[in-house]
Design a protein around this ligand. Structure first.
Ligand code: ZN
Length: 237
Protein backbone atom coordinates (compact mmCIF):
# COMPACT_ATOMS: atom_id res chain seq x y z
CA UNK A 1 0.00 0.00 0.00
CA UNK A 2 1.46 3.35 -1.06
CA UNK A 3 2.35 5.36 2.04
CA UNK A 4 1.39 8.76 0.63
CA UNK A 5 -1.87 7.43 -0.79
CA UNK A 6 -2.67 5.92 2.61
CA UNK A 7 -2.23 9.35 4.20
CA UNK A 8 -4.43 10.99 1.55
CA UNK A 9 -7.13 8.38 2.23
CA UNK A 10 -6.76 9.07 5.96
CA UNK A 11 -7.37 12.75 5.23
CA UNK A 12 -10.54 11.76 3.32
CA UNK A 13 -11.61 9.66 6.32
CA UNK A 14 -10.95 12.59 8.66
CA UNK A 15 -13.13 14.83 6.48
CA UNK A 16 -15.97 12.29 6.55
CA UNK A 17 -15.59 11.73 10.34
CA UNK A 18 -15.63 15.49 10.93
CA UNK A 19 -18.87 15.75 8.94
CA UNK A 20 -20.37 12.82 10.89
CA UNK A 21 -19.38 14.47 14.19
CA UNK A 22 -20.90 17.75 13.06
CA UNK A 23 -24.14 16.03 12.00
CA UNK A 24 -24.38 14.18 15.33
CA UNK A 25 -23.95 17.48 17.19
CA UNK A 26 -26.51 19.13 14.91
CA UNK A 27 -28.90 16.22 15.58
CA UNK A 28 -28.68 16.75 19.36
CA UNK A 29 -28.70 20.55 19.35
CA UNK A 30 -31.71 21.39 17.20
CA UNK A 31 -33.44 24.50 18.56
CA UNK A 32 -36.71 22.57 18.26
CA UNK A 33 -35.44 20.08 20.89
CA UNK A 34 -35.22 22.83 23.51
CA UNK A 35 -38.66 24.07 22.50
CA UNK A 36 -40.03 20.53 22.62
CA UNK A 37 -38.67 20.00 26.16
CA UNK A 38 -40.15 23.31 27.30
CA UNK A 39 -43.51 22.40 25.70
CA UNK A 40 -43.37 18.98 27.35
CA UNK A 41 -42.76 20.52 30.79
CA UNK A 42 -45.53 23.04 30.22
CA UNK A 43 -47.94 20.27 29.24
CA UNK A 44 -46.92 18.14 32.23
CA UNK A 45 -47.54 21.09 34.57
CA UNK A 46 -50.93 21.83 33.01
CA UNK A 47 -51.96 18.17 33.22
CA UNK A 48 -50.99 18.07 36.92
CA UNK A 49 -53.02 21.26 37.51
CA UNK A 50 -55.98 19.77 35.63
CA UNK A 51 -55.79 16.54 37.68
CA UNK A 52 -55.65 18.51 40.93
CA UNK A 53 -58.65 20.65 39.91
CA UNK A 54 -60.53 17.51 38.82
CA UNK A 55 -59.91 15.91 42.24
CA UNK A 56 -61.06 19.10 44.00
CA UNK A 57 -64.16 19.20 41.79
CA UNK A 58 -64.95 15.57 42.63
CA UNK A 59 -64.64 16.38 46.34
CA UNK A 60 -66.75 19.54 46.02
CA UNK A 61 -69.44 17.52 44.19
CA UNK A 62 -69.44 14.90 46.97
CA UNK A 63 -69.60 17.64 49.63
CA UNK A 64 -72.44 19.39 47.83
CA UNK A 65 -74.39 16.14 47.48
CA UNK A 66 -73.91 15.41 51.19
CA UNK A 67 -74.80 18.91 52.39
CA UNK A 68 -77.80 19.07 50.00
CA UNK A 69 -78.96 15.69 51.33
CA UNK A 70 -78.64 16.92 54.91
CA UNK A 71 -80.51 20.08 54.01
CA UNK A 72 -83.38 18.12 52.41
CA UNK A 73 -83.64 15.76 55.43
CA UNK A 74 -83.66 18.67 57.89
CA UNK A 75 -86.18 20.52 55.74
CA UNK A 76 -88.49 17.50 55.89
CA UNK A 77 -88.07 17.46 59.65
CA UNK A 78 -88.94 21.17 59.93
CA UNK A 79 -92.07 20.56 57.87
CA UNK A 80 -93.09 17.56 60.03
CA UNK A 81 -92.59 19.47 63.28
CA UNK A 82 -94.38 22.51 61.93
CA UNK A 83 -97.29 20.37 60.84
CA UNK A 84 -97.48 18.88 64.35
CA UNK A 85 -97.53 22.39 65.77
CA UNK A 86 -100.31 23.41 63.37
CA UNK A 87 -102.28 20.25 64.17
CA UNK A 88 -102.48 21.38 67.78
CA UNK A 89 -103.39 19.05 70.67
CA UNK A 90 -100.01 19.61 72.36
CA UNK A 91 -99.59 20.83 75.90
CA UNK A 92 -98.45 24.45 76.13
CA UNK A 93 -95.05 23.26 77.35
CA UNK A 94 -94.61 20.74 74.52
CA UNK A 95 -95.82 23.30 71.99
CA UNK A 96 -93.33 25.84 73.30
CA UNK A 97 -90.54 23.28 73.24
CA UNK A 98 -91.42 22.32 69.68
CA UNK A 99 -91.73 25.94 68.56
CA UNK A 100 -88.23 26.61 69.84
CA UNK A 101 -86.93 23.47 68.21
CA UNK A 102 -88.44 24.50 64.87
CA UNK A 103 -86.82 27.90 65.30
CA UNK A 104 -83.45 26.25 66.00
CA UNK A 105 -83.84 23.91 63.02
CA UNK A 106 -84.65 26.85 60.78
CA UNK A 107 -81.50 28.65 61.96
CA UNK A 108 -79.47 25.54 61.24
CA UNK A 109 -81.07 25.39 57.79
CA UNK A 110 -79.97 28.94 57.04
CA UNK A 111 -76.37 27.95 57.80
CA UNK A 112 -76.76 24.81 55.69
CA UNK A 113 -78.22 26.82 52.85
CA UNK A 114 -75.24 29.14 52.99
CA UNK A 115 -72.98 26.09 52.88
CA UNK A 116 -74.86 24.70 49.88
CA UNK A 117 -74.56 28.02 48.05
CA UNK A 118 -70.83 28.26 48.80
CA UNK A 119 -70.28 24.73 47.57
CA UNK A 120 -72.30 25.43 44.41
CA UNK A 121 -70.13 28.49 43.76
CA UNK A 122 -66.98 26.47 44.42
CA UNK A 123 -68.19 23.75 42.06
CA UNK A 124 -68.88 26.35 39.33
CA UNK A 125 -65.43 27.89 39.79
CA UNK A 126 -63.74 24.52 39.66
CA UNK A 127 -65.74 23.47 36.59
CA UNK A 128 -64.70 26.68 34.82
CA UNK A 129 -61.06 26.19 35.87
CA UNK A 130 -61.15 22.60 34.65
CA UNK A 131 -62.54 23.65 31.26
CA UNK A 132 -59.94 26.42 30.92
CA UNK A 133 -57.16 23.95 31.71
CA UNK A 134 -58.53 21.45 29.18
CA UNK A 135 -58.35 24.17 26.48
CA UNK A 136 -54.80 25.09 27.55
CA UNK A 137 -53.80 21.42 27.49
CA UNK A 138 -55.18 20.99 23.96
CA UNK A 139 -53.29 24.11 22.78
CA UNK A 140 -50.06 23.02 24.53
CA UNK A 141 -50.35 19.53 23.03
CA UNK A 142 -50.65 21.11 19.56
CA UNK A 143 -47.53 23.19 20.20
CA UNK A 144 -45.63 20.11 21.41
CA UNK A 145 -46.80 18.09 18.37
CA UNK A 146 -45.60 20.93 16.14
CA UNK A 147 -42.09 20.83 17.63
CA UNK A 148 -42.11 17.04 17.42
CA UNK A 149 -42.91 17.21 13.70
CA UNK A 150 -40.07 19.71 13.14
CA UNK A 151 -37.65 17.41 15.00
CA UNK A 152 -38.81 14.32 13.13
CA UNK A 153 -38.32 16.05 9.77
CA UNK A 154 -34.91 17.43 10.73
CA UNK A 155 -33.76 14.07 12.07
CA UNK A 156 -34.92 12.29 8.94
CA UNK A 157 -32.85 14.73 6.88
CA UNK A 158 -29.79 14.46 9.16
CA UNK A 159 -30.04 10.67 9.37
CA UNK A 160 -30.13 10.51 5.57
CA UNK A 161 -26.96 12.59 5.40
CA UNK A 162 -25.36 10.50 8.14
CA UNK A 163 -26.14 7.29 6.26
CA UNK A 164 -24.46 8.71 3.13
CA UNK A 165 -21.35 9.64 5.17
CA UNK A 166 -21.28 6.24 6.85
CA UNK A 167 -21.35 4.43 3.54
CA UNK A 168 -18.61 6.72 2.22
CA UNK A 169 -16.61 5.92 5.37
CA UNK A 170 -17.12 2.18 4.78
CA UNK A 171 -15.52 2.66 1.34
CA UNK A 172 -12.50 4.57 2.66
CA UNK A 173 -11.62 2.53 5.76
CA UNK A 174 -10.43 -0.61 3.88
CA UNK A 175 -8.03 1.57 1.85
CA UNK A 176 -6.05 2.55 4.97
CA UNK A 177 -3.34 0.42 6.58
CA UNK A 178 -4.53 -1.15 9.83
CA UNK A 179 -1.77 0.34 12.03
CA UNK A 180 -2.34 3.85 10.64
CA UNK A 181 -6.07 3.47 11.18
CA UNK A 182 -5.51 2.25 14.76
CA UNK A 183 -3.31 5.26 15.51
CA UNK A 184 -5.91 7.60 14.01
CA UNK A 185 -8.76 6.03 16.04
CA UNK A 186 -6.69 6.19 19.25
CA UNK A 187 -5.84 9.86 18.68
CA UNK A 188 -9.29 11.06 17.64
CA UNK A 189 -10.98 11.14 21.08
CA UNK A 190 -8.05 13.09 22.55
CA UNK A 191 -7.92 15.78 19.85
CA UNK A 192 -9.77 19.10 19.64
CA UNK A 193 -12.86 18.62 17.46
CA UNK A 194 -11.69 15.03 16.86
CA UNK A 195 -9.11 16.15 14.27
CA UNK A 196 -6.39 13.47 14.33
CA UNK A 197 -5.19 13.80 10.73
CA UNK A 198 -4.49 17.11 9.04
CA UNK A 199 -2.76 18.66 6.09
CA UNK A 200 0.64 20.27 6.67
CA UNK A 201 0.30 23.38 4.51
CA UNK A 202 2.90 26.18 4.38
CA UNK A 203 4.50 24.76 7.51
CA UNK A 204 1.29 25.07 9.50
CA UNK A 205 -0.45 22.08 11.12
CA UNK A 206 -4.05 21.89 9.92
CA UNK A 207 -5.17 20.48 13.29
CA UNK A 208 -3.71 22.91 15.84
CA UNK A 209 -2.85 25.70 13.34
CA UNK A 210 0.61 26.09 14.87
CA UNK A 211 3.67 26.61 12.69
CA UNK A 212 6.48 24.09 12.42
CA UNK A 213 9.94 25.45 11.69
CA UNK A 214 11.70 24.02 8.59
CA UNK A 215 13.80 21.84 10.91
CA UNK A 216 10.70 20.64 12.77
CA UNK A 217 8.97 19.90 9.48
CA UNK A 218 11.95 17.92 8.23
CA UNK A 219 12.01 16.01 11.53
CA UNK A 220 8.28 15.32 11.35
CA UNK A 221 8.46 14.08 7.79
CA UNK A 222 11.22 11.61 8.65
CA UNK A 223 8.88 9.70 11.01
CA UNK A 224 6.20 7.32 9.78
CA UNK A 225 3.59 8.58 9.90
CA UNK A 226 4.59 12.26 10.18
CA UNK A 227 3.28 13.82 13.42
CA UNK A 228 2.81 17.41 14.54
CA UNK A 229 5.29 18.21 17.31
CA UNK A 230 2.69 20.50 18.90
CA UNK A 231 -0.53 18.48 18.94
CA UNK A 232 0.61 15.01 17.81
CA UNK A 233 -1.82 15.00 14.87
CA UNK A 234 -0.90 12.78 11.93
CA UNK A 235 0.37 15.22 9.30
CA UNK A 236 -0.24 14.79 5.57
CA UNK A 237 2.35 16.72 3.52
ZN1 ZN B 1 -0.69 20.33 15.33
Amino acid sequence: MDRMQGLEDLLDLQAVDTEIDRLLIERQSLPALELYRAAHHHLTRLTADRDRVTAELRQATLDLDRVSGEFDLAEARVTTEQNRLYAGGLSARDADYMRREVEMLKNQQRDREEGVLMLMERKDELTAAQQALESEIAAAADVKDGHQAVIAAAWQDIDGRLAARESRKAEIVPLIAADLLDLYEQLRPTMDDGVAAARLGDGVCGACHLRLSPAEQAGALRSDPPRCIHCQAILVP
